[in-house]
Design a protein around this ligand. Structure first.
Ligand SMILES: Cc1ncc(COP(=O)(O)O)c(C=O)c1O
Length: 387
């Protein structure tokens, strides 16, 4: 098995002896991000006030192109950057008039940035009406979700490409979306655990969906650089808007607030672009190394297979393949999730592993093991015999 560990020498050196199975949470950063971070400082020093022109004329288009290539999007300019996805989610909500009840179709497994916000809206009586489809049982999820799509007319459909609390991925995204009859339904795909992990081709969907993702995980640029691709030619006017969304009409508020014609209509305002530098460096490096998402995905699948064999060899009461949450491991996110008996058992196992230099994380009673290119398959999980 080829090793990519030399791309990560700094993080690996800092954690020698650690088996870091939390790549899905905080991915190690490749070494190239270190120079990129320094370059951000140097460019700030060189350009001072002019740095914003430089960022918007050079760095933003470069990042947009790299992302568009990965997702096979034809219009890179439809991609907008923001420090986090919550900001982008809220901007989407703000496209709806405040006095309108937003009818939402979603799942019971969306990340907190969305779910917490929606629950808060539910507290404000009349703001939203939500249908949540359970992701379990996984084998019938897509069918059940499609049934709900057909039953009602929704204003917003929000669903993850890969669910954060299981790693299960939606394989038939295009089929699911083709069920949506109402052209006014706003469709948002949370691709946070999909981007740079599972092969994704959005060409056929780019005029229909909003796709959210970020650099913190599999894109390996660290926190602070999330993005959203939106359909070209849309005329949404997010009420939650920042001055980056209308550079051409900055002080021109005479009639109506004007918006950029491209993805930047969903922009906020001043942000730290150092994460964008790191993201560009990581993506350029993968390109140079020929590390496509297909290849990365194959590598991780291999790791996951070997990991499952190794785990099953330990005869642990809970952490074994029978408790693995999955639908189709050939199209699954880059972490494996084991259903434990309770949150208490889950945290106990995770802590015991951590004491033995094995980093994992958990959500409730679900224990997650994430994989990255900085792993090879030389796992030592013998501690599972003792905990
Ligand atoms: C599915 C999913 N969406 C979004 C996020 C990040 O949200 P935010 O950028 O608002 O912190 C995460 C973080 O783990 C996630 O798992």
């Amino acid at each position: 098995m080829k090793s990519y560990r030399d791309l990560y020498s700094r993080f690996l050196q800092a954690h020698s002896g650690v088996q870091h199975f939390a790549s899905h949470s905080h991915h190690y950063w490749p070494d190239v991000t270190f120079e990129a971070h320094q370059q951000y400082w140097l460019d700030s020093c060189t350009y001072v006030d002019d740095k914003w022109d430089y960022f918007f004329s050079k760095k933003v288009p470069q990042a947009q192109r790299l992302i568009a290539d990965i997702l096979n999007l034809s219009k890179p300019e439809q991609i907008v950057f923001a420090p986090n996805t919550h900001e982008l989610c809220y901007r989407i909500f703000s496209c709806f008039p405040v006095n309108k009840k937003i009818r939402i179709l979603t799942t019971d497994s969306e990340f907190y940035s969305f779910e917490r916000q929606v629950v808060r809206f539910e507290e404000s009586a009349g703001r939203v009406e939500v249908v949540r489809v359970a992701t379990l049982p996984f084998h019938s999820f897509e069918e059940r979700f499609a049934e709900e799509i057909q039953k009602h007319c929704f204003d917003l459909i929000f669903v993850s490409q890969v669910f954060f609390n299981s790693g299960v991925a939606i394989k038939g995204l295009a089929t699911l979306i083709s069920q949506i009859q109402n052209p006014d339904t706003l469709v948002v795909i949370d691709g946070y655990h999909g981007f740079m992990a599972v092969p994704t081709d959005l060409r056929g969907l780019e005029n229909r969906i909003f796709y959210l993702a970020g650099s913190y995980k599999y894109a390996q640029g660290g926190e602070g650089c999330c993005f959203m691709a939106s359909p070209a030619g849309n005329s949404f006017r997010p009420e939650y808007t920042g001055w980056f969304a209308g550079f051409d009409s900055l002080a021109n508020f005479d009639k109506q607030v004007q918006y950029s014609d491209d993805g930047y209509r969903f922009a906020g305002s001043t942000m730290d672009f150092s994460a964008l530098y790191r993201l560009i460096a990581a993506l350029e490096k993968f390109k140079q190394e020929g590390l496509t998402v297909d290849l990365i995905h194959c590598y991780i699948q291999d790791l996951q297979k070997k990991f499952i064999q190794e785990v099953d060899g330990q005869d642990h009461m809970t952490v074994h393949s029978k408790n693995l949450l999955k639908k189709d491991l050939s199209y699954h996110g880059h972490f494996l999730t084991f259903q434990t008996k309770s949150p208490e058992e889950c945290s106990r196992i995770s802590l015991a592993l951590r004491k033995n230099m094995i980093w994992t994380d958990y959500r409730g009673s679900r224990l997650r093991f994430g994989f990255g290119l900085y792993h090879d398959s030389n796992y030592d999980l013998s501690v599972l015999k003792r905990i």
